[in-house]
Write a protein of this length. Sequence first.
Length: 359
Amino acid sequence: MNRIFATLMALALVAVTQTAVHASHGGKVRQPLTSTGVDPDASGLARLALKGASVGQFQVQVHKLDRKATFQVIVDGVHVADLVTNGGGGGKVRFRSRPRGHDLALGFDPRGKTIVLRSAAGDDVLVLDFPENQPGQPADVVCCIRDDRGPECEDRTADECAAQGGTVAVGATSCLPNPCENAPPVGADIVCCIPDDSGPECEDRTQAECMAQGGTVVQGTSCDPNPCAPAPPAQGDAVCCLPDNGGDGAAECEDRTAAACTAAGGTVSDATSCNPDPCNAVPPADQDIACCIPDDRGPECEDRTPEECAAQGGTPAASGTCNPDPCGAAAVSAPYYGTGGDDGGHGGSGRGGRGGSDG
């Protein structure tokens, strides 16, 4: 009897542990949006609330922006929505995995992405690097598990996924939005913004196909005009020196807008390129100068750094080289006796006077 009880308790403990692990899919993350300085008074907050791996909402709320103005909400370079401020300069836009009312479809996972609020003039007003905060273990995969209400997306290890009769969603990196085949669409009209070197491309895809290609689902009726491309920024990319993720490594050089650089804790460099790396350049050693060092036989010229020259009681020479010698006696200015004409006339006059008198 005791063995049966112990076995049941052990199984219950395992079940509770697994439930606790997978319950971590829920939770809330709140992060402030940082003003880029374009509008110093502007502020905002981004909130992600998850009820499950593929069920949740994401909201962007702003304050003290231009009144009754339209701003683009850009997630990882994709224009996902427009936010219109009210008469007080405030406003919000909300995305849900199951939209209702004025909600927009949550067709992206904001975790680990850069969130930008851009004005109609192309100025990035508010920015945020939303934390990764991915739940589950690093070995987890995106698993589609059959359910009476349709395929459910969960983060599982490959073994857990197979044991529950699930299939791995190949290419998908998140359960937001649901990447499983035949999953309910996040909106009536779906277009997919697929990342590309020249900017996000708009394609007609199923939700599962879009997720498999690393795309973002946006609400729209057509790819013409392209709903994915945000307004071009008012400023071009700058060379940005970003701190190492671990905090103890070399700085990383990346091309970012000045606003995005500042938001990520970076420093804008005066360099025009990351090649050669301006963030970890070895400072040049002090160059030698011609230094006049005092000596019993007279000042000697030696090549020294400015610090070495001063430490040896020397003085920097007027020229940058010791050849010809700028410190020797020949270079020392002779005492001033007046001009040659004045001295000769005066001496001659004196001597001439005395000679005349003698004669």
